[in-house]
Design a protein around this ligand. Structure first.
Ligand code: HEC
Length: 418
């Protein structure tokens, strides 16, 4: 019963998480565009730094920004914070339901470090907390006077964290924790810096005191970091569905390149909102970074040597089913899959707590194996995403046998004459 409910709980929490994240990132994009688009067009009321006219949903809006604040505080002030908090809370709940309740499936890689379940969970949580502390100290150090230098140091810090996560976790667990670290930094920025600083400013103004400008400056800097982190965090959260992105030893370099792509694309939009100028060079640059990501995902690793590269040389043709079903190597592939995959990918899986085949992928008969050939290639040959953490000990030589069978799919007519 629990496994059944847990599946629905995961879907419900994921649903909430995606919705809250849309609300958060949506309002964040809106306010960045609004802020950068404000103009000092004509004589504006006292205290107004700029205004903008907008049209949406059948009405016209006249937005004005007061810096530092209006002469008199309005009675009703809308704060934007729950979008951020609920995204983090639902995200952590999802991390818990998937990775911390099933560390053997999603987090631990015995080939790297054979962690006990509690150890993996502890490293995950401690990594996120420690990551925030280090980030916060960096932002409060002397580096804070120089936005660009601080951003460069933070870039190195996030890539280094990603590398460290990859030393202890599966590729999937490492990429997700890199995303979770960035998300934690973003939400903690709102919770510990941006909102509290703004509250002090409001209280000071109400008391007739002039607020400390350092408060606003620090909040603005954290807001700038959040702006540049929105695109990479979404990629990292989605990456766990794509083994080519995470199941490679270069996943931490991919995380770094994705940070650069996010920064370049945000730069294009930020500049366009602020000045109207379109920096078209940003797009080909982002494209080049993405091509490097794609290339790295198939490159040989530094641990496994030429192994990954050799198998990724093989191309998989579009309609190989007949040849695969008649390949002389099918029996060998079947035996390997029965030994290494079917304990989970069966109508009645033997893996404790599993009530049906994951993603409904059953690999019990030759027909099923042929049917899922393309997915098997992606999950177990081109990438090493399956078996998760290699729990069933699939040997490199066995991956090579699977590759040989899959390569037969490209030989049209194979088997017809037999
Ligand atoms: C310990 C249990 C276990 C073993 C053993 C295992 N898998 Fe999986 N497999 C999973 C889980 C869990 C998922 C779902 C992953 C997710 O939620 O993204 C999965 C997903 C898959 C998918 C679907 C991926 C997708 O998202 O479309 C394929 C294909 C697959 N496995 C192939 C294999 C192959 C081939 C083997 C053997 C070499 C194997 N698995 C061994 C647990 C296992």
């Amino acid at each position: 019963m629990w496994t059944y409910l847990s599946e629905w709980l995961q879907l419900a929490v994921r649903w909430i998480h995606v919705v809250t994240a849309i609300a958060w990132i949506g309002s964040s994009f809106y306010f960045i565009a609004l802020d950068l688009g404000l103009r000092k067009r004509r004589v504006l009321p006292e205290g107004v730094a700029g205004d903008a006219w907008q049209v949406h949903g059948g009405g016209f809006y006249h937005m004005q920004k007061y810096t530092v604040a209006p002469e008199e505080m309005p009675d009703e002030l809308t704060w934007f914070k729950w979008e951020s908090y609920s995204t983090w809370l639902s995200g952590f709940a999802l991390l818990f339901l998937l990775y911390y309740l099933h560390p053997a499936l999603y987090l631990i890689s015995p080939e790297k470090v054979d962690l006990p379940a509690w150890g993996a969970v502890l490293i995950g949580i401690a990594g996120l907390a420690l990551g925030w502390i280090v980030y916060d100290l960096l932002c409060k150090s002397r580096l804070r006077a120089n936005d660009t230098a601080l951003l460069a140091v933070l870039f190195v810090f996030v890539v280094a964290s990603s590398f460290l996560f990859d030393q202890v976790f599966s590729g999937r667990g490492a990429m997700l924790h890199t995303g979770a670290l960035i998300a934690t930094i973003m939400s903690a920025n709102v919770f510990f810096i941006i909102i509290p600083n703004q509250k002090i400013v409001v209280a000071d103004l109400k008391a007739g005191k002039s607020p400390d400008p350092a408060l606003g400056k620090a909040a603005k800097q954290r807001s700038l970091h959040n702006n540049y982190l929105t695109l990479p965090v979404v990629f990292l959260m989605l990456s766990n569905h794509y083994p080519l992105a995470f199941a490679t030893e270069w996943n931490w370099v991919i995380a770094g390149l994705v940070l650069l792509i996010g920064a370049v694309v945000r730069h294009f939009f930020n500049t366009m909102h602020a000045t109207g100028e379109k920096l078209w060079w940003c797009w080909p640059l982002a494209g080049i970074f993405f091509i490097i990501v794609i290339t790295l995902s198939g490159a040989p690793g530094w641990r496994s040597g030429a192994d990954a590269g050799a198998t990724s040389q093989r191309e998989f043709s579009a309609d190989p089913q007949y040849a695969l079903a008649h390949s002389p190597h099918l029996q060998d592939a079947e035996a390997i899959i029965a030994a290494r995959c079917s304990m989970c990918h069966a109508k009645e899986p033997l893996w404790p707590g599993m009530i049906h085949a994951p993603k409904n992928v059953r690999l019990e008969t030759a027909d099923e194996i042929v049917h899922y050939a393309a997915l098997i290639e992606r999950q177990a040959v081109r990438s090493h995403a399956m078996p998760p953490g290699n729990v069933t000990g699939l040997e490199p030589s066995e991956r090579a046998v699977l590759a040989t069978w899959l390569a037969d799919g490209q030989t049209p007519g194979l088997g017809k004459g037999l």
